[in-house]
Design a protein around this ligand. Sequence first.
Ligand code: C5P
Length: 234
Amino acid sequence: MEKKELLYEGKAKRVYGTDEKDLVIQEFKDDATAFNGEKKGTIVGKGVVNNKITSILFKLLEENGVHTHLVEVLDDRNMLIKKVEIVKLEVIIRNIAAGSFSKRYGVEEGVVFDSPTIEFSYKEDALGDPLLNDYHALALKLATKEEIEKIKNYAFKINEILKKYFDDRNVILVDFKLEFGRTSDGEIILADEISPDTCRFWDKKTKEKLDKDRFRRNLGNVESAYKEMLKRLS
Ligand code: C5P
């Protein structure tokens, strides 16, 4: 499948048209940003790792009944995906306190929750992706009530599948972000990516961070952490 016009360029990915009306190509870049674009850099080889990890995880989710946008992996950095209209909600599931949760609520990083939490933020860079609840999402017409229910059910199901999968590979799934899209038939499916850019992964024994927090917090060994995650999944 050949790449046609550039349709969209985000912080970590580009999306290109194809000859097929309902199919587009998602290309993973090495560019890294944090704190809503305030910190910028490059993580060499990240695009290749994230393309591979996303494809492994999306295939796993498909096998477990979660519909995703993945059609096929084209090469190291490119995957063919279904064209969707992205629902402008970032869906965050947390199993353990970290990041903005720890900061916002004054909870020490590493506190394990009795049950997972879910939060939504409005996917709007210009506003700094503010937190919102279901009622705000409805008021802003980001999704219907039925779609929001579907997204929540999917998100918790994905968490159960991934938690077990990573645990078997000696990785703790601390938290992660999901994005969903609407197909031309109006179906809600999982879109975007699941990778060390969008998840917090800690080594089960040492609690070493194996994700983008190494870049955000200048912890060093960023590239090797991404590679280590791919190794554990391969
Ligand atoms: O920063 P915060 O603690 O809210 O992040 C929660 C999870 O969501 C982390 O795994 C982070 O990598 C992910 N996230 C993301 N994109 C954003 C915000 C958070 O992938 N814009």
